[in-house]
Design a protein around this ligand. Structure first.
Ligand SMILES: [Zn+2]
Length: 277
């Protein structure tokens, strides 16, 4: 009997390894460090994880990471390099240091609060705040307050707050190699459509709710990451059309109903990341 039980345990082990880890922000939010080793991106930005994530330093040429205590400045090496390049370019063009908000958790995955995506080390929120940023200790950047740049009815930007420099920063981000899309409030997109009719980079600037004081940059899956799943590509055209007008409709203003059915299933490969040391 004992031998049989051991044999069954042996046979069962490979199957257990394929059991997906829980889809739980609490569970994935508990990790304080990434798994070591090569970077492995698994799944998509709304349902996935990352092994071998790297951290963005709290300060660097042209950037200051904010809300360090959340421990969400982890991502793929490509995302960290992207931010270093982008912040450096912005600095050379005369922008103040950029406030870098949440990237991902040390092992990616769902978060206990704050985001549905940001799960595979390819997303980052950058605050749209162009006030001068003198050097400061990271601890002094825990409580930040950036006002909305959009009118209360969300038809356009607030001209008292949104400047051509804000538009130039979004354009610079949308023109970087590797960027899949950038989410901004639909009111910001509407104003960009008026300012830059027909511009090619506008296609990658996508309207969403919220996002009225930060932009959310998403990179494409890096080359060689065979288990990384990109979203469908952004549609052709600049997006300054009926799909943009929809955001002002009654439908769009109603909160989206929760999807019925069982909770999402994490990719089975994430079991190794979840259980890794
Ligand atoms: Zn975001």
């Amino acid at each position: 009997m004992r031998a049989l039980a051991m044999l069954l345990a042996l046979v069962a082990t490979p199957a257990l390894a394929q059991t997906p880890p829980p889809y739980s922000g609490q569970a994935w939010g508990q990790f304080s460090a990434p798994t070591p080793g090569a970077t492995h991106i698994i799944g998509g930005t709304g349902l996935g994880c990352i092994a071998g994530a790297v951290a963005l330093p709290p300060d660097g040429p042209g950037w200051q990471a904010v809300r360090i205590s959340r421990n969400r400045h982890w991502g793929s090496p490509e995302l960290v390099r992207f931010l270093q390049n982008f912040a450096g370019q912005a600095q050379r063009q005369g922008f103040p240091a950029l406030w870098i908000g949440d990237m991902g958790q040390p092992r990616g995955g769902p978060m206990p609060y704050g985001h549905a995506s940001h799960q595979i080390g390819l997303d980052v929120d950058i605050w749209l705040d162009l006030n001068p940023k003198p050097p400061s200790l990271p601890a002094a950047r825990e409580a930040i307050d950036v006002p909305s740049l959009v009118l209360p009815d969300e038809t356009a930007v607030d001209p008292a707050r949104f400047t051509p420099a804000h538009a130039a920063l979004i354009r610079l981000a949308a023109s970087q190699p590797g960027v899949d899309r950038i989410f901004v409030n639909h009111g910001i997109k509407r104003s960009l459509c008026q300012m830059f009719p027909g511009a090619d980079w506008l296609r990658r600037v996508r309207p969403w709710r919220g996002h009225d004081s930060h932009m959310h940059i998403r990179l494409r899956c890096p080359a060689g990451q065979a288990d990384c799943r990109d979203q469908p590509p952004v549609p052709a055209g600049d997006g300054c059309d009926a799909s943009l007008a929809w955001w002002l409709s009654e439908d769009a203003r109603r909160p989206a109903p929760r999807a019925p059915g069982p909770p999402p299933r994490m990719p089975a490969l994430c079991a190794g990341v979840f259980g890794g040391r």
